[in-house]
Design a protein around this ligand. Structure first.
Ligand code: ZN
Length: 353
């Protein structure tokens, strides 16, 4: 298998002239004047372009009369290269697939045991095959977002589709304007889904405008009630399978925090709360601020208690990182979803960054 990026002689020469090892195993180059063939990364003197021929396999080069270089030993394809090529191949399979592929199916396609495959994939790509697939689908989802009239439409048109029967696709004309929110989200439809993450259960709730709540709990049964309490008059619907990727995106974000969260949010709160949350969203993973710092940054140094209360009113756990605000003395401080979860989150972020 030759990865597409090394299909032309021009691209191959480019790699050879840079001694780049990224193409090792993908092709070989042979030097007419010496009769020797090498891996692209060979450290021997760079030959003249006009004396170079390319081969896809060692056998081809040898059939053409070339001998293997003693320095880079092209016939001894290292295990690492073979594995990397297999994993790259698996990535392409994931990208080209319209539906999700089971782990053991994917592993079988590249001739590895599921366990071994999963471990190698994570080591080489940095995320699990499932996360890789979710990210790939999410990119498609992001593209759909630009053209779809609502988040839920985008979810469905991105190919996470369901029959649609369990979900009312009729768009809510009221959406969630602040006025509606103050009325307890009267007339608003909220769709929610549940998943497990390293902090226990997480519920993700969305209106047509975006995600309106992300909350943690120990018990999956009580989490919808928690959302209903936040939006007392909203119509709460449990999502069908079409919501799965959105939830996976959120869990992925919680477990490997990045600077920005791409999915639209439907942030509801008073003007003051919104301002506090805006400051919080600027705190990067691995960093923290004190409540006093936040108040000062807002130009309201005396509003420390109001800042703390706005942090406690946050409905979008982790996405609005209120857990990154700690007490001035360096103590973790309180957290709406439990101090233990706050500690775990901060610990994780320090480890990753
Ligand atoms: Zn060589």
């Amino acid at each position: 298998m030759t990865p597409a990026q090394f299909n032309t002689d021009e691209a191959r020469w480019n790699v050879v002239s840079k001694n780049n090892s990224s193409a090792d195993g993908a092709f070989y180059y042979a030097v007419i004047t010496t009769g020797i063939y090498c891996r692209p990364s060979c450290r021997s003197k760079l030959p003249n372009r006009s004396n170079v021929e390319f081969f896809t396999t060692c056998d081809d080069a040898e059939a053409a009369g070339y001998r293997a270089c003693k320095r880079c030993r092209p016939t001894e394809t290292s295990k690492t290269e073979e594995t990397e090529l297999k994993i790259i191949h698996a990535c392409r399979i994931i990208e080209e697939s319209e539906t999700s592929i089971k782990l053991d199916e994917l592993a079988a396609k590249v001739n590895l045991s599921p366990y071994h495959f999963h471990r190698l994939f994570k080591k080489i790509v940095g995320v699990t095959p499932k996360q890789y697939a979710a990210r790939h689908q999410s990119r498609r989802f992001q593209e759909n977002l630009k053209t779809s009239p609502s988040v839920t439409d985008a979810i469905y048109s991105a190919g996470y589709g369901s029959s649609g029967s369990a979900y009312d696709k009729k768009r809510d004309q009221l959406a969630m304007k602040p006025k509606v929110y103050r009325k307890g989200a009267d007339g608003v439809t909220i769709t929610y889904g549940l998943a497990q993450c390293f902090l226990g259960w997480v519920i993700v709730a969305a209106t047509d405008r975006g995600i309106c709540a992300i909350e943690f709990g120990d018990d999956s049964d009580t989490l919808p009630e928690q959302i209903q309490a936040r939006f007392p008059n909203a119509q709460l619907n449990k999502a069908d399978i079409g919501f799965k990727t959105l939830i996976e995106e959120v869990v992925d974000f919680i477990e490997s925090p990045e600077d920005t969260f791409q999915i639209p949010l439907d942030i509801q709160g008073t003007a003051f709360q919104q301002k506090v949350w805006e400051v919080l969203r600027q705190i990067k993973p691995g960093e923290t601020m004190s409540y006093t710092d936040v108040a000062e940054q807002m130009g309201k140094p005396n509003a420390v208690r109001a800042v703390a209360s706005a942090c406690a009113s946050n409905k979008l756990a982790v996405v609005i990182p209120c857990h990154r605000v700690i007490s001035k003395t360096g103590k973790t401080g309180g957290y709406r979803w439990g101090a233990e979860r706050k500690k775990k989150l901060l610990h994780l972020e320090k480890e990753i960054i």
